[in-house]
Design a protein around this ligand. Sequence first.
Ligand code: RNT
Ligand code: ZN
Length: 418
Amino acid sequence: MNIKEKYEAAKSEYAKWGIDVDKVLEELKKVKISVHCWQGDDVTGFEKNKEALSGGIAATGNYPGKARTPEELRSDLDKALSLIPGKHKVNLHAIYAETNGEVVERDEIKPEHFKNWVEWAKERGLGLDFNPTIFSHPKASDGLTLSNPNKEIRDFWIRHCKASRKIGEYFGKELGQTCLTNIWIPDGYKDIPADRLGPRQRLKDSLDEILKEDIDKKYNLDCVESKVFGLGAEAYTVGSSEFYINYAAKNNILSLLDTGHYHPTEVVSDKISAMLLFDEKVALHVSRPVRWDSDHVIVFDDELKEIAKEIVRNDALDRVIIGLDFFDASINRVAAWTIGTRNMIKALLFAMLMPNKKLKDLQDEGNFTERLALMEEFKTYPMGDIWNYYCEINNVPVKENWLREVKKYEEEVLSKRK
Ligand code: RNT
Ligand code: ZN
């Protein structure tokens, strides 16, 4: 049987449960994943005076071929995107500005420094998202930025965030797709604080100042990303979950939940429904924490599937903004993007191919036996045949065939970077 025939056979299995697979594939095609550019160069960026990665995060490994220039990064992204079904967005950080070899301070970045990115995105019909970069900088060397007791430092980062929102607005206007501008700061203390309130008060005031200017939500949406701890900030994180969820709710901006930013038995999949009851939209950084916030490439594991199920069965594909956040420097970086992004899409497909209405009814009837039985049986339904067909009709390699493309690219392009 060829791919199409296998698809037809699988489709009829799902049809028995009232699942219209053709319609599912149409819906899936509309979903945009925000693919983070920083997997391509280990969160280095292109600043003239770049500093080592800081902020309590780390990209470990020294796999050859990392992108060193904007052209290389865009070429690598092009390669990865050509292996991923669908049309997506690319998520940039301020350190990916192009300043023509000039030193441009972070509080002076302007839309013009991203015009190459915009042109590139426009040609490909991609959207762009944005992040101020509030780490890897001398003014973040003590690990305190928007909450720093020193007003000059706080003001510097406030100006950087204001400049970032203008870049977000520019992306939104130019590309006709709303940009999500996400603020994450590393602020915290290694050891037991003597004052927990003060830094949070300062962070709150800084955010108020950053958000003062009204920017049309059609172009730019603001969001804030919380965290539980980072390397060097083990005892206290200023921008904790409670802090930001309350801040976002009161100020009508978005919360961003990163799957690596909670205590180890806490899962983001369980948080989505709670957020959806109170917020119009919620943003995600889908990542894979291994023993800590290690930002491993996401795999097709239970939590990824559970997150996808929560988005799909709560009918929230247009309310949950799905971004990725992993950076593994120990494997081919184009492969990392491809594996992770394909997995995200695959997980959504898996969730769309579940008899979600039936399972919900079983739960309400108290029929937990059948609920569990069906959930388990659906794990081995022929979803792979649907996925393969989806890849085929979207003109991307089927199954592991994408790996050949990556190997070829490695031979011809990546291995030449010394
Ligand atoms: C850090 C946060 C943040 C970064 C990126 C590079 O813990 O997850 O989102 O990973 O902004
Ligand atoms: Zn994140």
